[in-house]
Ligand binder design. Structure first.
Ligand code: SF4
Length: 295
């Protein structure tokens, strides 16, 4: 049976939250730096990228949130057999409330009926925690902070889409993704990173799209057809000219990540999880000695 020291794990989870809120992952920083270097000198786009990079550096140095919206906290947790999800959830909640006290997180949980903010970032469905059992004798916590502005331009299509001439095939998928990015323009705090879920039902399709955002930007899809599509979409979307924050420029998306699920014969959904440049995600692995490693 996997055992851990609860008080210590709460502190380790608090550090995971601090990292996620204040320290953008290096693959994202490298990607933003490359986009900056690719813009012409004295262009608005280069200047916006320069400000974004300065913001990232200051947040890291001073342990302050990268953006005022610290987003929805989304956890993907892998556990060995026998570990209590209920107890882990309680520790995540404790760490979340403390992260708000320390100003790593903004209190972001608002009661949808009364409009009252819970004050500690905890509420029904927030943080969102998904558990999966695995064969390893470690616990992995993957955490993503998903901003509200980019979530507002995330969307879902149902194929066929007659208006877009999009049928039930990869060409149809391509067309609706281009349409979504065109409609978003700079509103999702571009450049975006797209997580795409093809298939499933309405709910699982959105989940599949969000799960894609746990991948690193430079990784390559093991499915060759999807890998080709990811590359093609990234190149083509970067000809749209939306640029950082909608100021125009060479980079509209930093990456496109696509996953697929089986679907019913009657349905063909394509879900698009749009992530902003503040692509905050980190993970933590806890071993049987109580040691953690962060990524
Ligand atoms: S969309 Fe992202 S960068 Fe824009 S305000 Fe929200 S969290 Fe911040």
């Amino acid at each position: 049976m996997f055992q851990y020291d609860a008080a210590k794990l709460k502190d380790q989870l608090l550090e995971l939250l601090r990292l996620a809120a204040t320290d953008l992952p290096q693959d994202v920083v490298d990607s933003i730096q490359a986009a900056h270097d690719n813009e012409p000198e004295a262009s608005s786009a280069r200047s916006v990228f320069g400000m974004i990079l300065k913001n990232i550096e200051l947040a890291r140095e001073e342990s302050t949130p990268i953006c005022q919206d610290t987003g929805t906290n989304i956890y993907m947790v892998h556990i060995p057999e026998g570990v209590s999800m209920r107890k882990l959830t309680a520790l995540i909640h404790e760490a979340t409330a403390e992260a708000v006290e320390k100003s790593y997180l903004r209190p972001n949980a608002v009661d949808s009926i009364t409009g009252k903010n819970s004050g500690n970032n905890i509420g029904e469905g927030q943080p969102y925690i998904h558990y999966e059992e695995w064969d390893k004798n470690t616990i992995e916590f993957e955490l993503m902070l998903k901003g509200g502005g980019c979530e507002n331009v995330s969307t879902q299509y149902k194929l066929p889409d007659v208006g877009l001439g999009a049928g039930r095939d990869l060409d149809g998928v391509y067309k609706v993704i281009v349409d979504a990015v065109n409609k978003a323009q700079g509103l999702g705090c571009a450049p975006g990173i797209l997580g795409i879920g093809i298939g499933g039902d309405r709910m699982s399709s959105h989940m599949a799209a969000k799960n894609q955002l746990f991948r690193k930007i430079p990784d390559i899809n093991p499915d060759s057809a999807l890998a080709e599509m990811e590359d093609r979409l990234k190149k083509d979307l970067n000809t749209l000219g939306v640029g950082p924050m909608g100021f125009g420029g060479e980079t509209t998306v930093l990456g496109v990540k696509i996953g697929s699920l089986h679907r019913l014969p009657a349905s063909f959904f394509v879900s698009i999880a749009y992530m902003c440049w503040a692509y905050r995600r980190h993970s933590m692995i806890l071993n049987t000695k109580g040691e953690v490693s962060y990524d």
